[in-house]
Design a protein around this ligand. Structure first.
Ligand code: NDP
Length: 397
């Protein structure tokens, strides 16, 4: 059906490559490109398919990307590098007539702020070029947006309250580690909290709002309201929402480490001089923390991510909870990575498959809730992230 170029060879890239390699009838040719080619080669070796190509590319550099796209001529680029590279990769797609998919919205390096405005601004250019750009196709954002679209399509006339709940009830055995890129992760969880209520954003201190929530087959876990990027597109695309929040679980030990990291200045994103060399403290910290891609081996337990929704159906109030539980051990057995990389990489592969099959092919720039949720939901069950629906249950809010 088509040629795919995966950019990024970290934890998520590893999963995307494994899953894409399992479907040669959909992805007829595959290339993995990243800053460090050895990491791409190691993924190909683990998959065991010699026909998968690899390349070295600096995805901050548009001419370098254009040259690579023109030589491999992919139909679709799956961007699982870092959010900093979204705009350069999209620009190279526009210059070469290539379709685009990512899992995280653009974030400038010098400001810990992520939002869709920069990518949404490319809507006209993608549409005029007849190119599809699919934004935020991991788990959250990604599956959580599809869950919401599926609920709105099949179970509600109007959705009013949305609470996205994300628990990692796993244990990696380290005192402190992040489950995806440490720089991006620490920037995300140390910012102020923010949620949507009655037509406006409410800002809180970091981790100010919290309560225990019960996660299926896991039990109660302290959960904290943080700002997460899918809220921005969901409140725009589902204007009936009166409130939309995102909850994530954190252990006390993790929060204590985070506080210390911030207090001693290691979360700083500005440049400082160290012995005559410019360094950014958070980037230095990343180098000494465990690599998220290597956590899988001893990881036990589960992740549980879902949407708890309240709204109206046939004039009556209705509640609905749809979720997936994913085992760290099973993810590691299949792909050599932990469940956080797995739950991100599988939806990216399914989004790419939706594109190749023409189900999500539509010129313009789209968040995934703007595309048909049904074939995607079907594939989640088939490719490793089965979901469970609960109707008319206590949502605990
Ligand atoms: P990693 O840090 O493990 O991997 C990132 C990869 O991108 C590395 O291979 C890195 O290369 C490569 N890279 C970084 N900069 C460049 C560059 N300038 N040019 C080429 N390659 C580059 O991150 P993860 O795999 O954990 O995360 C990947 C993406 O997935 C991130 O954008 C993250 O925000 C997103 N994500 C989305 C989630 C969701 O549910 N939607 C959840 C988790 C993550 P090198 O190895 O040389 O450093």
């Amino acid at each position: 059906m088509g040629k795919v170029l995966i950019i990024g060879a970290g934890g998520v890239g590893t999963v995307v490559a494994h899953k894409i390699a399992q479907l040669p009838e959909v992805f007829t040719e595959v290339m993995i490109a990243s800053r460090t080619i050895e990491k791409c080669d190691a993924i190909v070796k683990a998959i065991g398919r010699k026909d998968i190509k690899t390349a070295k590319v600096d995805a901050d550099n548009v001419p370098e990307l254009v040259q690579l796209f023109n030589s491999f001529r992919p139909d679709l680029v799956v961007n699982v590098a870092l959010p900093y590279q979204d705009l350069t990769i999209m620009e190279a797609c526009l210059q070469t007539g290539t379709h685009y998919l990512d899992t995280a919205n653009y974030e400038p390096k010098d400001e810990a702020k992520f939002e869709y405005s920069w990518q949404w601004a490319l809507q006209d250019r993608f549409e005029k070029a007849g190119l599809t750009a699919i934004l935020g196709c991991g788990f959250d954002p990604g599956v959580t947006n599809v869950y919401t679209a599926y609920a709105a399509k099949h179970h509600f006339d109007e959705i009013h309250y949305l609470d996205i709940v994300d628990a990692n009830a796993g244990n990696h055995g380290k005192a402190f580690a992040t489950n995806f890129n440490p720089e991006i992760n620490i920037r995300e969880v140390t910012q102020k909290g923010k949620y949507w209520e009655n037509g406006k954003w409410v800002v809180t201190e970091p981790h100010e709002i919290h309560q225990p929530l019960n996660y299926p087959e896991i039990g109660p876990k302290e959960s904290y309201v943080i700002y997460h990027e899918e809220l921005e597109s969901l409140v725009k695309n589902f204007p009936t929402l009166k409130r939309a929040r995102f909850w994530m679980t954190f252990g006390q030990e993790y929060l204590t480490h985070l506080r210390v990291i911030q207090n001693i200045g290691m979360a700083r994103i500005d440049t400082i001089m160290y012995k005559g060399v410019e360094i950014v403290p958070i980037q230095f910290l990343k180098e000494v923390l465990p690599n998220p891609g290597d956590l899988g081996e001893n990881y036990t337990g589960w992740t549980s991510i879902g949407c708890r929704i309240k709204g109206i159906k046939d004039g009556k109030e209705k509640t609905y909870y749809v979720y997936n539980n994913c085992s760290h051990e099973a993810a590691y057995k299949e792909t050599g990575t932990q469940a956080v990389s797995y739950t991100t990489g599988v939806p990216a592969m399914i989004g790419a498959k939706m594109f190749m099959e023409g189900k999500w092919k539509k010129p313009g720039v789209w968040n995934v809730e703007q595309l048909d949720p049904d074939p995607f939901m079907k594939d989640l069950n088939q490719y490793g992230l089965p979901w469970v629906e609960l109707h008319d249950v206590d949502l605990e809010f």
